[in-house]
Write a protein that binds this ligand. Structure first.
Ligand code: NAG
Ligand code: NAG
Ligand code: NAG
Length: 442
């Protein structure tokens, strides 16, 4: 019979079946851990907020450690920081008696299997590079600890007018997206004072220095309900040394050289060459500076404003010099050409040019034609000739006097520019010093 034929095979069949069954039976290294995890998650519904009485709010305790300031983008008003974020809440459905489970007091559970608060940063414009950590720690009384590093790109009003002595105050506001304060309430994990002055986690060697992280709790009232919010005001300030060395000191030198150019007489043509070189220097410096200076649509750094004002004064005084040289050139073109005229000695040695300042003082030569008018006219032709010469001299004298007036006006204007330049330079120095003092006291 077939059954009779199978009989010798039965022991083998049984062994094979028992081996298949053995694979199916649980055989973990730590049975207590396995039992506990299974028991906790078996009847757990992650859709339900973990409270026994629905009127109770779930308290979420928050904490933030600022780890690094990665980027301060004044042009786009964005701050990129790296923070360590901790949150702790109680889950009333995840508690156990440690004595029944081999004295296990704390286990890790997958975050995706349990209820978690939906807390976000309100200012964030981009969360990048934040790893998705899959586990959270739960202890036997149901307290859940979740922590993760986040790179936050947050919107922040960045004022750069005091650059490079600028301090920024940016906030990171944490709140639940959906849950009102009746369902999810927030609280601090550490005392406010501890949070404020804790800089142990901060990377200290960057351009930015962390001054404080002060937390505040408030309730946002809106038409959708009342929401609990926790705001961390992160105050950072720039370390200005590198900018002092590479921007401020060279800019002051350049302004001093520019100031020195006013000491060349305005009628001197070498002054134009000199001022043009300074202008080229300014332009090169501005190109160099624009890479280093923060660009912002809201406010321009004060040093940029000063620089533009100084450049404007330089250009105006350059124009004044050009006008002066042009007027003098008209005068000289009657005589012979002079290449560069800088010092009084040169003019005296060179020819009969009258010093404009002396002419301004009212020392006018007596008119030649008046002398001729007194003479009685005997020879008609000579008289006519003399008269024409006389009128020529008269018009020449008038034009010359007008030129002298122009010269005097332009010279006075140049002196005015010099004074304005000195005032601007003084203001620049005083403003920078006071900004530095303010920076030091913040
Ligand atoms: C669980 O953690 C919370 C917060 O750290 C603590 O207050 C509580 O005592 C812990 N429970 C046990 C049983 O250790
Ligand atoms: C930062 O700004 C907030 C308001 O936005 C203000 O309450 C806080 O005092 C400021 N902190 C500093 C240090 O200026
Ligand atoms: C951080 O820098 C400041 C000033 O630059 C210094 O006073 C402080 O001791 C530094 N802290 C650490 C932890 O290096």
């Amino acid at each position: 019979t077939p059954a009779g034929a199978m009989a010798p095979l039965w022991p083998f069949i049984l062994v094979a079946a028992s081996e298949i069954l053995a694979i199916d039976t649980p055989h973990p290294r730590n049975p207590a851990l396995y039992r506990l995890t299974k028991q906790l998650l078996q009847k757990y519904h992650k859709a339900v907020r973990p409270v026994h009485h629905w009127t109770e709010a779930t308290m979420v305790y928050l904490d933030v450690f600022v780890h690094a300031v990665l980027d301060v983008d004044a042009q786009n008003q964005k701050l990129k920081t790296s923070i360590w974020y901790h949150e702790v809440w109680d889950d009333e459905f995840l508690s156990w008696n440690p004595s029944m489970f081999d004295e296990i007091r704390e286990i890790s559970l997958p975050l995706s299997d349990i209820w978690a608060p939906d807390i976000i940063i309100n200012e964030f414009v981009d969360i990048e590079g934040s790893p998705d950590l899959p586990y959270v720690y739960v202890n036997s009384s149901g307290t859940i600890k979740n922590s993760k590093p986040i790179q936050v790109v947050s919107a922040c009003a960045l004022e750069t007018y005091a650059f490079p002595f600028d301090t920024h105050n940016c906030s990171l506001t944490f709140s639940s997206v959906l849950h009102t304060v009746q369902d999810v309430d927030l609280a601090f994990l550490r005392s406010k004072e501890n949070t404020k002055h804790d800089k142990k986690e901060f990377l200290n060697d960057s351009e930015w220095e962390l001054l404080s992280v002060s937390p505040t709790y408030n309730i946002l009232q809106s038409s959708a309900g009342d929401f609990a919010q926790i705001r961390f005001n992160v105050v950072i300030r720039r370390r200005p040394l590198v900018y002092i060395v590479s921007l401020l000191i060279p800019s002051i030198f350049l302004m001093l050289v520019d100031l020195g150019s006013f000491y060349l007489p305005p009628t001197c043509r070498a002054r134009i060459v000199f001022k043009t070189s300074v202008l080229v220097g300014y332009t090169v410096f501005r190109v160099n500076m624009s890479d280093e200076m923060p660009r912002s649509a809201l406010s321009t750094p004060l040093i940029g404003v000063f620089f533009t004002v100084c450049m404007a004064l330089l250009v105006i005084s350059l124009f004044t010099s050009i006008l002066l040289v042009r007027l003098l050139h008209d005068e000289w073109s009657i005589g012979q050409e002079r290449p560069l005229l800088c010092f009084q000695g040169d003019t005296d040695a060179d020819g009969p040019r009258v010093d404009p300042r002396a002419q301004l003082a009212g020392i006018a030569e007596p008119s030649i034609c008046q002398e001729h008018q007194v003479q009685p006219g005997t020879l008609q032709e000579v008289w006519l000739e003399l008269k024409s010469i006389g009128t020529y001299f008269q018009t020449w004298e008038q034009a010359d006097q007008q030129e002298v007036k122009w010269l005097a006006l332009l010279e006075r204007f140049d002196r005015l520019l010099f004074q304005a330049y000195t005032i601007v330079l003084g203001l620049y120095t005083v403003t920078l010093s006071s900004l530095w003092a303010l920076w030091g006291s913040s």
